[in-house]
Design a protein around this ligand. Structure first.
Ligand code: ADP
Ligand code: ZN
Length: 734
């Protein structure tokens, strides 16, 4: 179904072309090329039944239908055609993730309104006058325009965002309060100058930057693992790689795991290159996304900074992809098309001949193994920049601490915080649990309050004054009587969450200025960014944070990190738990002592002799990775074997299990490649939004043709009723 395409062909008017649409049909459709012909890769509008849909000319048509019934392409859209290289990337990504091509095309055409001829579009921005008569609708339109600064919108967008009819906008335009303009061209991005003087690099950093420059100049695909302790200047080094790509006239893409990180990064790009790059993320306005999509496609955006979906932008001449914090689990897309952006970056680069830089202080075991095997080049920065030294790390043995009931800050940790307060330095208390308490328990009957739709406990959020399910987001008021036994006032919070820890800290350190950083406590990414800047400027004594603070922020005045529950990640049977805990603890500890003052990290643990805790404390990374690798090798799991999860879901638990059992019994296709099926077992989240979920795990030897076998296995299935099946290649937990 996917012809292999090297040279972009040209099709004369009337020639048969195969068109890929974003409609859920599992095949290409034949059409006749329109008047004037079309190129392979052209974005086109085609008739489908009574509708007109967007498509891409994928290759020559097959002509196995009645030719007289084949319809013509309606028109070719006024955007750069999709390059053969992008077609092949989407095809290979689809094969790898076992995703239908239509879904891949949707990922690649996220910019709405694609193909409106620009000359026909009017755009609307804030005008100079204020109308004499203001209505509520008019106020809303002007508010939207003011909120988005200088941005312009199309008529439909603006009306939709303000929740008004288009005639309100038109009326304002007539009065001059809104300016109507032709938009023949997208606004260009300011030019980034790679030759502005960068920072003077240290010897280590220079060696790394030189090696990357040479590799980029040489051209062709290659991946470099850039490992360096937090604060060693990885960002400085890869910015020099970006500079080199720009000098060669090639485009660069920097992927960041967390939107909250981008503000700081954009400022650094501006300092280095004199202007801000294109910023791609789901929060961007439609107009902005469309602009970036087009500019990237014309080769006019030199550098894109963005979230994982930026990988699907139509780069014309991509020379470099940076995956910062490459070990971060948020690179795995867990909804819709299940892909890992790190792996897709490598795939895309190998097709278009680009360099990939995977940067991390604590690389994933996958990348570590690839570097060990010589598949990736390796660069290492061992020292922190300047006077900064790595924090001293110690465990607080919780078995020896006197803990008053319902408290989580041990006397030892408390003394360390007081000491920092006296010196005017910042402390960070880290707990990886949102909300007030993870469990709400009835003291009369012992029942815990669960979600009505999921197999999960409801978490109390005092800040929101509600109970919330972290699986499906459902909330309900905090009840006064127990839903099971109706006892009054017997419900009690059990265990610590970040809000409860904040409460304890406020009582313990009444004069300290405390900031709480948890993603759910901020209404917008902007508010969160503002808070982070405030902390970095030193305006806070104690930061209390979840996972969010573990990543990449620079807090120069922070000298103490206290981890409330270092054992948390070690429970459960997930084979990746040790790796995650190791990475997270090292990342969090890395927040301390980033400037002149040395830092200390204290880990509260009930099992300080646990091998993972010992490896964290000693910083013996090589030892840790080797031990982890040996265990995984023995178990035959990634990166030394291959895995896939098949998740079945449906509203009827019995039906879902029946299907799982039938599949497990009928596993010829899987056994043929020497692989095994495990399960069915309840999926890691056994029920979401009322749907029961079970999982089959497939474990295959390293070189096995896993995708083909799974395709063969699931192809004959006919899913009854509301049963659904999704395949997760390389699942995050196993
Ligand atoms: P990493 O990405 O490895 O965590 P960064 O690149 O963020 O490290 O560097 C940590 C801090 O040290 C940043 O504030 C950065 O600006 C500063 N820094 C690193 N290298 C240099 C250098 N050669 N000259 C000046 N400042 C530097
Ligand atoms: Zn739920």
């Amino acid at each position: 179904m996917r012809p292999c395409l090297d040279d972009p062909g040209y099709f004369d008017e009337g020639a048969l072309v195969a068109v890929l649409t974003a409609q859920p049909l599992d095949r290409l459709l034949d059409y006749k090329a329109p008047e004037g012909g079309c190129f392979q890769g052209a974005f086109v509008e085609v008739p489908l039944g009574p509708r007109k849909v967007l498509g891409v000319v994928w290759g020559p048509g097959r002509g196995d239908y009645d030719r007289s019934k084949i319809r013509s392409v309606i028109r070719v859209l006024d955007v750069a055609p999709m390059r053969a290289e992008m077609q092949s990337f989407l095809g290979r990504a689809a094969d790898y993730t076992l995703t239908p091509m239509s879904a891949m095309l949707r990922l690649a055409t996220r910019a709405p309104g694609l193909g409106d001829p620009p000359s026909m579009r009017k755009i609307y921005r804030l005008g100079e006058t204020t109308p004499d008569r203001m209505t509520e609708a008019r106020t809303r339109v002007l508010d939207v325009l003011r909120d988005y600064g200088g941005l312009a919108f199309t008529l439909k967008e603006l009306a939709e965002m303000a929740g008004v009819t288009t005639s309100v906008v038109k009326g304002l335009a007539k009065l001059g309060a809104v300016r109507e303009e032709d938009s023949p061209r997208d606004l260009p991005f300011p030019h980034l100058d790679p030759d502005l003087p960068g920072k003077a690099l240290t010897e280590d950093q220079r060696a790394g930057a030189d090696a990357l420059r040479v590799a980029i100049r040489k051209g062709g695909y290659g991946t470099t693992l850039l490992k360096g302790v937090t604060g060693s200047g990885k960002t400085e080094v890869y910015l020099e790689a970006v500079a080199e790509a720009l000098r060669l006239g090639r485009q660069a893409l920097v992927l960041l795991p967390e939107i909250a990180l981008t503000a700081e990064f954009l400022t650094r790009v501006e300092a280095r290159f004199g202007a801000r790059p294109a910023e791609w993320h789901s929060g961007a306005t439609l107009t902005e996304r469309r602009r970036i999509w087009r500019m990237v496609g014309q080769g006019d955006a030199q550098l894109v900074v963005g979230a994982r979906s930026a990988l699907f932008l139509p780069f014309q001449n991509l020379g470099l992809i940076i995956v910062d914090e490459e070990h971060d689990t948020s690179y795995k897309q867990e909804d819709g098309v299940l892909y890992n952006a790190r792996d897709m970056a490598v795939l895309r680069a190998s097709i278009c001949g680009a360099r990939v830089v995977l940067a991390s202080a604590t690389p994933s075991l996958e990348s570590w193994a690839n570097a060990e095997a010589g598949k990736y080049d390796r660069l290492e920065l061992t020292a922190r920049f300047g006077a900064a030294v790595l924090p001293e790390m110690r465990a607080i043995d919780m078995r020896a601490e006197k803990m008053p009931g319902a408290s989580w800050i041990s006397p030892s940790l408390r003394r360390a915080v007081v000491n920092r307060l006296e010196k005017g330095e910042q402390s960070l208390l880290f707990i990886n649990r949102r909300g007030y308490a993870p469990v709400t328990l009835c003291r009369a009957c012992g029942q815990q309050i669960g979600c009505d739709h999921c197999d999960a406990r409801m978490v109390e959020h005092r800040f929101l004054k509600r109970l919330m399910c972290h699986q499906c987001g459902e909330t309900k008021p905090i009840p006064e009587t127990c839903p099971s036994c109706q006892a009054e006032d017997r419900l009690a919070p059990v265990g610590p969450g970040i809000e409860r820890l904040a409460e304890e800290a406020e009582a313990a350190f009444p004069d300290a200025k405390i900031a709480v950083l948890s993603s759910d406590m901020f209404g917008s990414a902007r508010a969160l960014k503002a808070k982070i800047v405030e902390i970095a400027e030193g305006d806070t004594d104690i930061v209390i944070g979840t996972q969010l603070v573990a990543k990449g922020h620079n807090f120069p005045n922070l000298t103490l990190v206290g981890v409330i529950d270092a054992d948390l990640g070690l429970q459960g049977s997930d084979l990746r738990a040790a790796e995650r805990t190791f990475q997270l603890m090292r990342q969090v500890a890395g927040r301390a002592g980033r400037a002149e003052r040395p830092g200390t990290a204290l880990l509260q643990s009930f099992q300080p002799e646990h091998p993972v805790i010992r490896a964290i404390l000693s910083g013996d990374e090589t030892g840790f990775w080797k031990a982890e690798a040996a265990e995984r090798q023995a178990a035959g799991v990634p990166p030394f074997g291959r895995m896939a999860g098949i998740v079945l879901s449906g509203s009827d638990a019995g039906q879902v299990f029946d299907l799982g059992n039938a599949m497990a019994r009928n596993d010829m296709a899987i056994r043929q490649i020497g692989a095994q099926v495990f399960g069915p077992a309840p999926a890691p989240i056994a029920r979401i939004r009322g749907r029961h979920r079970v999982r089959l795990l497939v474990k295959a030897p390293k070189g096995a043709a896993l995708q083909e076998a799974i395709s063969g296995w699931i192809a004959p299935l006919r899913l009854k009723g509301d049963l659904r099946l999704s395949v997760d290649i390389d699942p995050q937990s196993f």
